[in-house]
Design a protein around this ligand. Structure first.
Ligand code: ZN
Length: 391
């Protein structure tokens, strides 16, 4: 079973079968809403029924329909026999026999059950999980303790154990108390230096990885001095630690700190967007029309979306998106309705050109569902009069 991650979502964004044979299937598993195996069974049955109906409607010719039926059969078989719901609150399946794609993705949060069939996969339901999918290196540090874990989307992995077992408990014999204490302090400092170096190894400079240090208030200032610059930048903060506390005990606090950081990052992007909009140099956009053009041109640096979308149309030849039906301006091909509308088109275009896609459930109320920052301004069409509005 695959885990959610930006590489996976990018790979799915690039999948584009010639026929409408891409099946995106989302299954709600949250124990709060789907408590018993019986209830899950009846939900899965109705989901498979919906998938069969969608397959019959989507197939444009005999062989496409036959392929879709076969894929839905495989999905039905998987859900009935092979699937273990433990640990997941939602499941996403991305299936396309034509492309040899079969992806099972366990989701860390609830998702509404749905099936979509088209020439592209539907990715928007993954965005809220992608937003929170940031690796956090958590260190529990004491004078003798040094545990490192990686937390990611609710999963815990132990990275290293630097703890000094039983040291410092030996008899200090004839040593004067002060000298003994100095020696113990030196050992503790050396130990903390090793832990700090261990953290640095697991945080690549400039990566999306974040850091939380669990330590007593007394140790924090000394430990912070030992952290490398790139680790300090990634530091979400310090938290309290009790003896023997494990990563799972620390999880709720780490999640709270992560949420606060993600919100800060989104607010910083929105502030930049407002500033760029005020400058009027064409580096910010707040409409689906702007975002569609920019995403197709690979100009999106960052985009914030909140799940709202608008009907849109896509050129089957060059995949450029439009808000109106008709013909493509570039090659004259007839446009087709885009699965999931402008949101899916823009998200795909941004991801495929290494743009940053952020899920922002709050803060976009005054837009139509997206605000974007561009790498550079649009090149005006030939013959257009260019005025620089910055002056
Ligand atoms: Zn076109």
């Amino acid at each position: 079973m695959a885990q959610i991650g930006v590489d996976l979502v990018k790979a799915l964004a690039g999948d584009r079968p010639a026929e409408p044979t891409a099946i995106s299937c989302f299954v709600e598993l949250d124990p709060a809403t789907v408590p018993t195996p019986n209830e899950l069974g009846s939900r899965l049955t109705s989901l498979v029924t919906a998938a069969r109906r969608a397959a019959e409607e989507a197939g444009e010719d005999h062989s496409t329909t036959a392929n879709l039926r076969a894929d839905v059969d495989r999905i039905a078989h998987f859900l009935a026999d092979d699937f273990d719901r433990s640990g997941g609150k939602g499941l996403a399946l991305f299936v396309c026999e034509d492309l040899g794609r079969w992806e099972e993705v366990l989701l860390p949060g609830a998702v509404g059950s749905a099936v979509h069939i088209g020439r592209t996969f539907v990715l928007a339901p993954l965005l809220e999980f992608l937003e929170r999918d940031r690796p956090v290196v958590v260190a529990a540090v004491g004078r003798e303790r040094g545990m490192l874990w990686r937390l990611r989307s609710g999963r815990v992995q132990e990275l290293a154990d630097f703890s000094r077992k039983g040291q410092g408990r030996h008899d200090h014999g004839a040593w004067p108390q002060a000298r003994y204490q100095r020696s113990r302090d030196r050992d503790a400092l050396e130990h903390m230096r090793r832990v700090a170096a261990g953290i640095a190894e697991h945080v690549a400079p400039g990566s999306r990885t974040l850091v939380v240090v669990a330590a007593t208030e007394e140790l924090r200032p000394a430990f912070e001095l030992l952290l490398e610059t790139h680790v300090k930048k990634a530091l979400l903060g310090f938290t309290q630690v009790e003896k023997q506390q494990s990563a799972l005990d620390l999880l709720p606090e780490v999640e709270r700190m992560l949420d606060a950081r993600l919100q800060d990052e989104r607010e910083a992007l929105l502030a930049r967007w407002r500033e760029e909009t005020g400058q009027g140099a064409g580096l910010a956009g707040g409409s689906w029309a702007d975002a569609l053009t920019a995403s197709w041109e690979g100009r999106i640096e960052s985009i914030l979306v909140d799940g709202r979308t608008e009907a849109a149309f896509e050129c089957p030849a060059c995949s450029r998106g439009y808000l109106r039906p008709g013909a493509c301006e570039l090659d004259g091909n007839s446009l087709m309705p885009a699965l999931g509308g402008a949101l899916e088109l823009v998200v795909r275009g941004a991801l495929l050109h290494d743009g940053e896609v952020r899920w922002a459930p709050e803060g976009l109320e005054r837009s139509t569902g997206c605000v974007a920052l561009f790498r550079y301004a649009a090149v005006p069409p030939k013959g257009a009069k260019v005025t620089d509005r910055r002056h």
